[in-house]
Design a protein around this ligand. Structure first.
Ligand code: NI
Length: 254
């Protein structure tokens, strides 16, 4: 039985938890979970994440516009995010970034919304939680330009990209995808990643680790990811969990 588990990236506002959200969030502490950061994907889910953080002491939240949600934003969306981010349990602007896998047609708008939110994070002295899918070049270029604090979540880039991210002082988040059979690139990144730059996450309800792949994910499955990293780093999983929790608290000022 593991303890001191911090899930640095979850989506408990997702409709996949509509039937049992209260039971789930009421019982996670019994599975050794000490903290969870719920990430917004649009204004609505950011507001819902705030409400959950007010209900459960171990829940924190990030507010932000996900790259798949950049269309039809109200003109004052940055002002709305700024208000949400002033809440004492808001620990980051996220999740934000670029996704050229699902959306090739909104690239320019994605970049604009990403940059505006980075500037907001810097103004508020908050870290950012970055989503980068098939957009490593542009993501890196924007991060190099603004040099924010933060994490590249569910990291899917190469060792070369990881080294650039580390040079910027940013963290790398790993979740269930690291345990998948085809995760060769992510395993290579985990091999060179200094443990003081590691965060653990679920991205639940998605990305459940092996042996639960394809099922609904939740924070209690993080030990499978920790065990995989422990195997790569030749250490024990509780130590990985402890280090990642310490890193999460440091980055997000918790
Ligand atoms: Ni996410």
């Amino acid at each position: 039985m593991y303890n001191n588990i911090f899930d640095s990236h979850a989506h408990y506002t997702d409709k996949a938890f509509n039937d049992d959200r209260e039971n789930m969030l009421g019982s996670l502490k019994e599975s050794g979970i000490c903290g969870v950061i719920n990430c917004g994907a649009d204004l609505e889910s950011s507001k819902e994440a705030l409400k959950l953080a007010e209900t459960y002491d171990y829940l924190y939240f990030a507010c932000g516009i996900h790259p798949e949600e950049v269309e039809n934003l109200p003109e004052n969306y940055i002002e709305i995010l700024k208000d949400l981010a002033k809440h004492e349990k808001c620990v980051a602007i996220g999740e934000i970034g670029l996704d050229y896998y699902w959306r090739q047609d909104t690239k320019e708008k994605q970049k604009e919304v990403f940059e505006k939110q980075i500037l907001l994070a810097k103004e508020l002295d908050l870290p950012i939680i970055v989503h980068d899918r098939e957009a490593h070049g542009d993501t890196l270029e924007i991060l190099k330009k603004h040099k924010p604090k933060g994490v590249l979540h569910c990291f899917s880039g190469s060792v070369e990209t990881a080294k650039e991210v580390l040079k910027l002082g940013m963290y790398i988040g790993f979740g269930g995808a690291l345990t998948f059979k085809n995760a060769r690139k992510a395993v290579e990144v985990a091999e060179i990643l200094p443990l003081e730059k590691l965060l653990l996450e679920t991205d639940c309800p998605y990305m459940a680790p092996v042996p639960m792949r394809g099922k609904r994910n939740d924070s209690s499955l993080i030990p499978y990811v920790a065990e995989k990293i422990a195997e790569i780093k030749n250490t024990d999983a509780q130590r990985i969990l402890d280090i990642a929790t310490e890193n999460t608290k440091l980055l997000f000022n918790i």
